[in-house]
Design a protein around this ligand. Structure first.
Ligand code: JJW
Length: 448
């Protein structure tokens, strides 16, 4: 038995995102987003599920914030839906939208729960997609105006901010692999999107400083840990490409002002160029206050000629998988955090998402015994504690998720919550992991 202990002041949180929990898709003046469109497009989302109702948090937030307080959360990570604030992306500000998030944040502050706000967790106003979305550089200007509106409204109230959640998903998953909204399959387009997001990120950070908003601002890439199957150079190189694409493509420009050069050349070999304009890299590399890391999985891969984009293929090592099919690899989180320290030094890090899909429902006793999730969280937290011992500057941890919610292309079929949601009745049932996590948040340690 071991005791895993965290430093004093380590922040314990949980995360959600607007479209995944709010519902109320036509209320309060909200305009349509690309996910309203995508989820209604036949064949895109499991069972055609959409976020029209989701967890109805738009109405149930007082009850849900109370639940967070019962859990002992010190901080809550949520996102603001751009189409609630500027329904058509570029026109008039909708005061009702701002008012909703003020009610939510006031409720959090009432219980002493610190809000961490994500500006963009995938709900692009559909009207902007109709003009090319993130492929169109003008979207950057519209985003800046949205960001400025939110900053000015919440200045002094919200002190933890992030610009973009999972830029790899917004760009490559959504515009090259076509799995998420808007569902394009075009590598040049996806590369443009990735670049424009990064420019928007950097210019938002500059705006945040210039307007004296105060607090901390960062970006939240999703990462996973890729390991070569063997020590053969071709396996190492193939895995480097895959990892550089998923992780470094978004971290290196922000931290060091340039893309991973070998990958830029690799893309060039495929006829794809990054659309860099003068001043872009300087904009992108504005100093940030923290890096948010979303980590779920890691794996092993090797070289395979002409396979996919990178001459890389996954190797199934027979490791455990969660119910969504992602490998269980807690060691990868430690490895990645140490890699951050090696590459980027003492930058403060928040684990902005970590968690697992296990679809356990209520047992005969009416409770949800998700011991696999407890094990997942324990072992990943042990990796975080170990990274802290190794000098990685990790400040806090947000479990994904507070409650079961709309898991994008998987609809409601995949459950990541520490709270079970009955979508017919909107009843919430705290799972065993909820109780485990509330003890960790209270004591700052746990036993393995
Ligand atoms: C990769 C599928 C290839 C969310 C992916 C699919 C590859 C044909 C969870 N994080 O719901 C990554 N999530 O909203 C943010 N993160 O590839 C929050 N990444 O198909 C969570 C999905 C994801 C993914 C899902």
């Amino acid at each position: 038995m071991a005791i895993i202990q965290f430093p004093e002041g380590f922040k314990w949180g949980a995360a959600t995102a607007s479209y995944q929990v709010e519902g109320a898709y036509q209320e309060g003046g909200r305009g349509p987003s690309i996910w309203d469109t995508f989820s209604r497009t036949p064949g895109r989302v499991f069972m055609g599920d959409n976020g029209d109702v989701a967890c109805d948090m738009y109405h149930k937030y007082p009850e849900d914030v109370k639940m967070m307080a019962d859990m002992g959360l010190q901080t809550y990570r949520f996102s603001i839906a751009w189409p609630r604030i500027i329904p058509d992306g570029s026109g008039a500000v909708n005061e009702e939208g701002l008012a909703f998030y003020h009610r939510l944040v006031d409720e959090l502050l009432k219980y002493g729960i610190e809000p961490m706000c994500t500006l963009y967790h995938w709900d692009l106003p559909q009207a902007l997609q109709d003009q090319g979305g993130w492929d169109n550089r003008e979207t950057i200007e519209h985003f800046l105006r949205y960001a400025e509106t939110v900053f000015d409204s919440f200045k002094g109230k919200i002190k933890l901010w992030s610009t973009f959640n999972e830029p790899w998903c917004i760009s490559f998953l959504s515009n090259y692999l076509g799995e998420h909204a808007p569902g394009n399959r075009d590598l040049q387009l996806a590369t443009n999107v990735a670049h424009h997001l990064l420019v928007a990120h950097g210019r938002t950070v500059r705006l945040f400083r210039e307007r004296g908003i105060g607090g901390e601002i960062g970006i939240v890439p999703n990462v996973d840990w890729q390991e070569p199957y063997s020590s053969r150079q071709e396996d190492i190189d193939a895995c480097w490409r895959k990892a550089a694409w998923q992780n470094e493509w978004f971290i290196r420009p922000v931290m060091h002002g340039h893309y991973p050069e070998k990958l830029v050349e690799w893309f060039r070999g495929k006829g794809v160029e990054v659309p860099i304009l003068p001043g872009d890299m300087e904009d992108i590399s504005q100093k940030i206050d923290f890096l948010g890391i979303n980590y779920y999985t890691g794996g092993v891969g090797k070289y395979k000629e002409n396979e996919g984009l990178f001459d890389w293929e996954e190797v199934d090592m027979g490791w455990d998988r969660t119910d969504i099919g992602w490998t269980y690899y807690p060691q990868g989180l430690y490895n990645f955090l140490v890699f951050i320290k090696d590459q980027y030094g003492d930058i403060p890090v928040y684990i902005t998402e970590n968690g697992a899909c296990y679809n356990d429902g209520p047992s005969a006793d009416g409770k949800v015994h998700d011991e696999r999730r407890v094990r997942y969280i324990k072992s990943h937290l042990a990796s975080v504690a170990r990274a802290i011992e190794s000098g990685v500057n990790v400040k806090g941890y947000y479990a994904w998720s507070l409650m079961d919610n709309y898991e994008w292309a998987f609809g409601y079929s995949m459950r990541f919550g520490m709270t079970y949601v009955d979508y017919d009745t909107q009843v919430r049932i705290p799972k065993d992991s909820f109780k485990f996590y509330s003890r960790v948040a209270a004591y700052n340690w746990f036993k393995v």
